[in-house]
Design a protein around this ligand. Sequence first.
Ligand SMILES: [Zn+2]
Length: 433
Amino acid sequence: MENGLVSVDRWSDGSQIYFLTHLHSDHTKGLSSQWSKGPLFCSRLTAKLFSLKFPDFNLSLLRVLEIGLWHSISLISPSSGSRKTIKVMAIDAHHCPGAVMLLFRGDFGSLLYTGDFRWEMSSERASKGRIALLNALEENTVDILYLDNTYCNPYYAFPSRQIAAQQIVDIVASHPEHDIIIGIDSLGKEDLLLHISRMLKIKIWVWPERLQTMHLLGFNERFTTKTNLTRVRAVPRYSFSIDTLEGLNQMRPTIGIMPSGLPWVVRPGKGDDILSGSLLTTLYRRSKLNENAGVLIEEQIGKAETVKRLHKYIFSVPYSDHACFSEIQEFIKLVRPTNIKGIVSSSSCYVEPLYYFGRLCGAKQPENNVHHKKRRTRKGEKGAVDINFVYSEKRRGKGTNVGILNVSVRGGRVSALRRVQRGARLAGSDCPD
Ligand SMILES: [Zn+2]
């Protein structure tokens, strides 16, 4: 696709139209209520939620993409001045409310941008999603797949959200005398909270802005801002930390549950020897790294993550809104793209998707893409060594022109977690899981 036509989740100057896959903050960096650079295309649900995040946004600039329908958009070629038509279809990304993948078609070929996505294989919704995607692709080849590669590493294996949600219900039910706090973002994980509410027949406390979101999504009955009505509270992820839990336990017995596919990094504080190291490090220590880079790993190295007790007050449950490695693999088998570009880069854990999946799409497998790197030992850690996967090309940050679509390449989540202070406070970041 020619430069200067289309940007996806990227908000700098120079495009005629802009697309937003979903409203998580790492996809809206650079977007503001004062936006005036051009029409912005998004799903109907994202458009509905838009004013909550951008109160003074000029809504006449929003263009709604109906899911599953082709939309034709006429643009002017910056180089020749001639008219060009691109076709675009939004496809449910199974990530958070309103999240879509975008399939583009035109004289440039066919491009599929997943945004953040989950690709479970067991639910009815998943089967519908698979049929919808196949219908959208028809018999056409996808020339470039822009992939949510957050967990593009066989170490990342976790169960379906349905199973993980039940694990959380079990934790809550087995602590009848405790208050419970659950760390969530400003959007996403509504199904989890609804499941807890239904199964345990309790309301869930959320903060006032989150209640507004719940009401817009049509969930009026099960959520409240009154603390005396429930012992289960969904709190902003940034306020969820060991310090918070320790403070709450001064008043009432309280446990915290963090639903996330991420390996948690828990930095040791004074006297916290038990918390030294990170789960990621531990996994790498325990597992034998497959150094045979040329072999497609059909069998996952990691075992499906289950509930982990990270601290006497904190449980981590692998409930994730991103596809794990095996799901990414299934997705690529279905799409069979000619080429793949990852949309998440990271300073500490990144694997070029072609490294694992090049063979599935017939592309040349990159060489020397895995580096074993000794990490500086942090104060308080006992000589832990991380085995980091590092993208061997020039590392990309912020937005970039990846391939032929102007897209946003975002920093990795593991590195973001490594910046946290003691505990798991992850300030100012949505969608880290
Ligand atoms: Zn997201």
